[in-house]
Ligand binder design. Structure first.
Ligand code: FAD
Length: 295
């Protein structure tokens, strides 16, 4: 199965905008049946690749990540990306995880630090890796195609826009082949970030991660988790549909679709949809992109 950097390159060579979706391992399932159902739904949107999240520190449903990434390739014939966190990891645990990827035939990972546990004392927990850029070389040495996270508005703990770009460049220098961004609601933030990244020498493709807002509490949680800014049109929609959750949800999907189309028209490197295991979201995004003639 093609690795994702090649998938992105061939899409661009064919004049198609790379389109991908993220899913997470369904909660509370010991079998892969629930995942299989989500994958089947996502496949209807014909994404160029599907990425699968993992929970940091082996604390939960991350145990299924590699198996699901393998299933996406084997059963849906879609290239996959296994998210790979290093918080609390050692060289030995990383090597074991790489062996698991190999046996599942998964050749692309998204190298992440992962979130530090909330109750941890100051500083990272005992780990051979402090930042994602410390993990990337080991994954490259193992022959994997490696993506990494990018933060158009800076990571929630990073208050210095210049350092944010430096850390991005450090990931590229460590070997990152492509980037996927944190969600954002204001495309202008991304356009500024893209300019700064290019000026700093970042040339690896950056795919834009877009998540539709589906409700008021979800968007509040997201904004506090990620530090993404809320532009006025969203605040107005939240006010307008305060007592009408169904209309708010539709407005959120519509807003995300218009964001994707605008990004596509601005010549971004790729579109990645945080579809939250809901195939109808992936489908709405794929249709909007196709209707705009972007794929
Ligand atoms: P890093 O790049 O290591 O950055 C961590 C912090 O350190 C940031 O504040 C950064 O500004 C700072 N920093 C980076 N380099 C340096 C340096 N050299 N010196 C000083 N400071 C530095 N989490 C999961 O647990 N599972 C997932 O599946 C998952 N998927 C994600 C997918 C995407 C596309 C994104 C954007 C995030 C995802 N996350 C996931 C969340 C991610 O793990 C957190 O945002 C985490 O806090 C940071 O991970 P990172 O790889 O960006 O870290």
């Amino acid at each position: 199965m093609e690795v994702v950097s090649r998938v992105i390159a061939s899409c661009r060579a064919e004049g198609r905008l790379p389109f991908s979706v993220e899913m997470f391992p369904p909660k509370g399932q010991l079998t892969l049946d629930a995942a299989r159902e989500v994958v089947g739904g996502m496949a209807q949107a014909a994404p160029d690749f599907v990425s699968v999240t993992c929970s940091a520190g082996g604390s939960g449903n991350g145990a299924q990540t590699v198996a699901i990434a393998g299933l996406i390739q084997d059963e849906a014939a879609i290239p996959s990306v296994a998210h790979f966190t290093c918080v609390g990891a050692t060289r030995a645990t990383v090597e074991a995880a790489v062996a698991e990827l190999r046996s599942a035939g998964v050749g692309t990972v998204l190298a992440l630090r992962g979130d530090l546990p909330k109750d941890a004392p100051a500083g990272a927990p005992s780990s051979d890796f402090r930042y994602a850029c410390d993990l990337i070389p080991l994954l490259k040495e193992a022959g994997l195609c490696v993506g990494a996270a990018a933060y158009p508005e800076g990571h929630i703990d990073c208050f210095d826009a210049r350092a944010n770009i430096e850390y991005l460049r450090a990931k590229q220098e460590a070997g990152a082949d492509f980037f996927i961004t944190q969600l954002f609601f204001d495309n202008d933030c991304f356009y500024r970030f893209r300019e700064q990244a290019a000026a700093a020498g970042v040339s690896a493709p950056i795919s834009c991660g877009i998540m539709p807002f589906l409700g008021k509490s979800q968007i509040q949680r997201m904004v506090f988790l990620c530090g993404s800014s809320l532009p006025a049109p969203i605040i107005k929609l939240l006010a307008k549909y305060e007592d009408d959750p169904a209309s708010l949800r539709s407005a959120g999907i519509e807003y995300a679709c218009s964001q994707l189309v605008d990004l596509g028209r601005h010549g971004v490197d790729g579109l990645h949809v945080y579809a939250m295991n809901q195939p109808n979201i992936a489908q709405a995004a794929a249709e909007a992109i196709a209707a705009a003639g972007l794929r």
